[in-house]
Design a protein around this ligand. Structure first.
Ligand code: WTA
Length: 572
């Protein structure tokens, strides 16, 4: 079980000089004092991320390089400040107030980032939605959050059931043509008539700023709420984990519909005043290497499935591009296979730095740092100011190499502040007093490195995207042929896990390949492509408890040929 493989430190310039010493002496207060609001009490995370740099003489520095197959633009910090101010004025004009929810359902374009920052500037709560969501996913999130305004495009608007959402009063359309009816606004026209100066709404650091919906194993997606104070963590992890430095060109490949795309696609780079690359369009290995080459990316943050796909695309492809600008590579979202780390070292000549965190934690908590040996397969060590441990179910800390609950001592700056309208769900994370219980299992080795072992619940992680089985099952049973459905994650070499559905059919329906495809499309077009089961298996009956709950654990055991365990609660 003991792992002896080590990848030595590559000296490539870094901000965190000595992990052990820093860990021993660190205090979050030191970071807070770097921001003017520590003295003035005037807080706004969007101001800190953008406007502050303009005031400090960095207005003409490039903040955003946007590149898509059909569009390429750059924005300086001053331009982003002005455009987001204009958007903020639009929101003010239509009567959006502090605390209101403004959602963004947009492809990755500069307008998305402008809207995101502008919403935060007036103290409203921003909710970014992944552009691949279909109607049911959009509806659940807008309904639960009671969003009053939505920024979207005419194409994506087709997936928004506007008439069924009584709270949704204002639709801001990017790229709308012609006259718009009441309650609809043209993003371009409204911004054009708005002033570029704005006094941001100063908030309390504990005021909510952002909602990300994420999946658990039961119930609908939960609205994880983050406060302005999270910026402390985004800033400092940006310095010590992403190793951001003044001249860096940083690229985070993740969409802002997911937490990595906001904490590390927006806040960490801009709080650190660094140039941020956003690449629109779809993933392709060629495209990604081209992006690294063309913009001379120095720091690159991505995910294991992407690295596995790049690895599958082969070494020869890498040789076609000059990616020598890349200094630092990072990965998050799912287990990073040692094999991929070794490949990265061999082919890119770079270590891939794995790190661990969750939507709920708001920022990186466990990581490999530039100035630390990497043990391939390990997520690394806790960030300074973070105490992580492996606990048994009673809350006792377990000794090295014993597997248990990965838990973090509360609080830390970016910890979620609530689950929107669901205090019970929120409390579940804190069932061991003084600790946040992650739902992941892991162990720690004798050097303090943490090793991920799996989820303790039924949440599926497919290509780094968190999918709740309940959401998929609920959609499946809406199909006329489906009587019952149970959904599990099945291990997959490329995607980590794929979604597999076990289905029993209603009377009158016969199993067939066509029916499988039809059911798959049903989920794909109504919920989201990434939530559609790649595999479907028909069964006469599904294993259930006497109270009627589908036993996913039995499905998983069937699938993996494992012992089914205790079946005493199962119906005959
Ligand atoms: C998993 C993404 C292994 C884990 C930032 C966690 C990981 C869930 C790692 C959160 C890692 C994240 N190694 N597993 N380095 N990082 N995970 O909320 O199960 O989309 O609980 O946040 O992804 O996913 P989420």
């Amino acid at each position: 079980m003991k792992n002896t493989e080590r990848i030595p430190v590559q000296t490539n310039g870094n901000n965190l000089q000595n992990y052990e010493e820093t860990y021993a002496s660190f205090d979050w207060k030191q970071v807070e004092q770097e921001f003017s609001w520590y003295k003035t009490g005037k807080v706004n995370a969007a101001y800190e991320a953008i406007d502050r740099h303009v005031e400090q003489g960095k207005g003409e520095k490039t903040a955003l390089i946007y590149s898509a197959p059909d569009r390429e633009e750059t924005y300086t910090f001053r331009q982003l400040k002005e455009k987001s101010n204009q958007f903020a004025h639009l929101l003010k004009r239509i009567g959006i107030h502090k605390g209101d929810r403004v959602f963004i359902f947009m492809p990755r374009t500069p307008d998305l980032y402008v809207s995101f920052l502008g919403t935060i500037k007036i103290g409203a709560i921003v909710g970014p939605l992944f552009e691949a969501f279909m109607e049911a996913a959009v509806r659940d999130r807008l309904e639960n959050s009671e969003a009053v305004a939505l920024v979207t495009t005419p194409t994506l608007l087709e997936r928004v059931p506007v008439d069924d959402l009584p709270h949704l009063k204002h639709i801001i359309l990017v790229g709308a043509k012609g006259e718009l009816t009441d309650g609809y606004y043209s993003f371009e026209k409204e911004l054009a008539k708005s002033p570029t100066e704005l006094e941001p709404v100063w908030v309390d650091r504990e005021d909510p700023m952002l909602i990300h919906y994420t999946s658990g194993s039961t119930g609908k997606p939960k609205g994880v709420v983050h406060a302005h104070n999270a910026m402390i963590q985004h800033y400092q992890t940006g310095k010590w984990v992403l190793d951001l430095q003044e001249g860096d060109i940083y690229w985070c490949t993740v969409d802002p519909g997911w937490v990595t795309g906001t904490s590390y696609g927006i806040f960490a780079p801009w709080l650190n005043g660094v140039t941020n690359v956003v690449r629109g369009g779809r993933f392709s290995p060629d495209d990604w290497y081209q992006t690294l080459e063309k913009y001379k990316v120095t720091v690159w943050y991505s995910a294991p499935t992407a690295f596995r796909m790049l690895m599958a695309a082969g070494e020869d492809l890498v040789k076609k591009y000059d990616i020598s600008s890349v200094r630092h590579v990072l990965s998050v979202g799912e287990p990073l296979n040692p094999e991929v780390v070794r490949w990265g070292l061999q082919v890119y000549g770079k270590r891939i730095h794995d790190n661990w965190w969750m939507t709920e934690t708001g920022g990186i908590l466990i990581s490999n740092y530039p100035q630390m040996e990497i043990k391939p397969g390990s997520m690394g060590k806790p960030f300074p100011g973070i105490y992580a441990a492996i606990l048994d179910d009673q809350g006792n800390e377990l000794p090295p190499y014993e597997m248990g609950n990965l838990a973090i001592k509360t609080p830390w700056p970016s910890i979620m502040r609530k689950i929107w309208k669901n205090p019970e769900k929120y409390q579940e994370y804190f069932r061991i007093p003084g600790w946040y219980v992650s739902g992941d299992s892991a162990y720690k080795d004798e050097d303090g490195y943490f090793w991920f072992q799996g989820r303790l619940d039924d949440v599926i992680n497919t290509s780094g995207e968190r999918v709740g089985p309940f959401e998929v099952e609920s959609k499946l049973v809406e199909h006329p042929a489906v009587a019952e459905a149970g959904v599990i994650g099945k291990p997959d070499p490329l995607r980590g896990e794929i979604i597999k559905a076990f289905i029993s059919l209603r009377a009158g329906y016969k199993p067939s390949e066509e029916l499988k495809e039809e059911i798959r499309q049903f989920v794909k077009t109504r919920l989201a492509a990434h939530a559609a089961p790649r595999e479907i298996e028909f069964k006469d009956k599904l294993p259930k408890t006497r109270s009627g709950k589908i036993m996913r654990r039995v499905l998983k055991a069937w699938e993996l040929d494992l012992p089914v365990g205790d079946l005493s609660t199962m119906e005959d």
